[in-house]
Design a protein around this ligand. Structure first.
Ligand code: PAF
Length: 294
């Protein structure tokens, strides 16, 4: 969509659209000077009802909600889908406004990474396992852009989905370690009627691939149940991999049981909370999900 068309469409939807950090800061300080609290929902666009639930919760907890839309190039590997990532600005604007958002921040790449940009932001340890093991540098890109967004917005709260549990855990560590005064709020994963976690990348799947994708959640749930009932996670996860491969998944990146907070591997449950984490491919579409073990 052209910038002017986007502006007109947003005005019709009662949504303020900002592209520059300076305008973003002006808007935020206006709100703050009126004593209003601000919530941030960072996204890469391609919005669905999962994002809708982040925005709805943000608008319940905060007086004003700003949704950022930025397909962050630094979190994509060379062979990943940066070029083809879903861009659905018109429906994004409608969803933000219907879910109770007040503004969208849509910067371009040079606004976020001006010429000469040379600062890295890395959380050590939590980032080299699970998705980090097969997507080297991915979480450095995430923490880099999230640190920038949190600084730009100075929100009271920022909202992240539990589907990306590892990302959520890393961002909580980042905020704690760097004393960023924004409260990070988890929002439960939104699923379709068959349990599939909503994701912008689901739009890459055709109808038969969707059928296969829907097996992921039920297999993880069953695995979580078996581990909670005393099973060894290495055995149960190996069994889950077999079932998913037989169900039509092309490749399993990992299925692992880990502590929900430290992300350390867990073989048998204790009283500490743990989760089953998975990443699996249908063709070249990479899906992730996680389930609590209770
Ligand atoms: O989860 C996402 O959509 C992205 O990783 C985030 C947090 C918006 C950073 O680009």
């Amino acid at each position: 969509m052209q910038k002017n068309e986007l502006e007109r469409f947003s005005t019709l939807n009662n949504l303020c659209v900002l592209h520059k950090i300076i305008d973003l800061r002006k808007q935020i300080s206006e709100w703050k000077s009126e004593g209003l609290s601000v919530g941030l929902v960072p996204t890469m666009g391609g919005l669905h009802n999962g994002h809708g639930s982040l925005i709805k919760l943000a608008s319940k907890k905060c007086d004003r909600v700003i949704v950022s839309i930025f397909i962050n190039p630094t979190q994509f590997g060379d062979d990943e889908d940066f070029e083809t990532y879903p861009q659905t600005q018109k429906s994004d604007i409608t969803l933000i406004s219907e879910a109770g958002g007040d503004a969208a921040f849509i910067p371009n790449v040079s606004e976020m990474y001006p010429r000469g940009f040379s600062t890295k932001v890395s959380v050590i340890g939590l980032t080299n396992m699970l998705c980090g093991a097969s997507r080297p540098g991915h979480f450095d890109g995430v923490t880099q852009v999230v640190a920038k967004l949190l600084n730009q917005v100075s929100a009271d709260m920022a909202f992240f989905g539990e589907k990306d549990w590892q990302q959520l855990t890393i961002i909580k560590r980042l905020v704690r370690d760097l004393d960023i005064p924004t409260k990070i709020v988890n929002v439960a994963t939104v699923r379709d009627e068959f349990g599939l976690a909503l994701s912008s990348r689901n739009s890459y799947l055709n109808s038969s691939q969707l059928e296969i994708a829907r097996k992921l959640s039920s297999v993880l749930q069953m695995t979580a149940y078996n581990i909670a009932s005393g099973g060894y996670s290495s055995v149960e996860c190996a069994q889950a991999m077999k079932i998913l491969l037989n169900s039509g998944f092309d490749k399993i990146d990992y299925i692992e049981c880990r502590d929900s907070h430290s992300l350390e591997p867990i073989e048998r449950t204790t009283e500490d909370e743990c989760r089953i984490f998975a990443a699996a491919y249908i063709d070249n579409v990479r899906l992730i999900d996680n389930h609590i073990v209770v």
